[in-house]
Design a protein. Structure first.
Length: 126
């Protein structure tokens, strides 16, 4: 049976990596998760700045989709983010805007938003 891939556009914060992978594997049924990381990535994508970083993220996601067949990408925000040191409400607003940025790339894949709380619990953000 073929293995399935998803991608996660995640913060570099090590506290988020394993919870996001485990959530995508258990809740969404994927086998592997390609990680694309930047500090405070939900803010970067929400603001589409700096342009070179956002372009790099898009290029990496395109590789995941074209070479690994990823059918899903999760955009991640989390509490206590050093790269985006704002409260939960602002983080969620950034996450929702970041999802729209990724959707606008029109890669033909499902885009979900994930929030990782202080305890490592992952929840989907609509």
């Amino acid at each position: 049976m073929a293995k399935t891939f998803a991608a996660a556009i995640n913060c570099i914060d090590g506290r988020t990596q394993i919870p996001v992978i485990e959530h995508l594997r258990s809740s969404l049924g994927v086998d592997y998760v390609d990680m694309i990381t930047e500090p405070g990535v939900n803010r970067l994508l929400a603001e589409s700045e700096p342009e070179a970083v956002v372009s790099s993220i898009q290029e990496k996601l395109e590789i995941s989709v074209s070479r690994h067949g990823a059918k899903l990408v999760a955009v991640v925000g989390h509490s206590d983010c050093a790269g985006n040191p704002v409260g939960r409400e602002a983080q969620i607003a950034h996450l929702l805007a970041a999802k729209e940025t990724v959707r606008a790339w029109d890669l033909g894949i499902r885009v979900v938003g994930l929030w990782v709380d202080d305890n490592g619990a992952v929840s989907e953000v609509e």
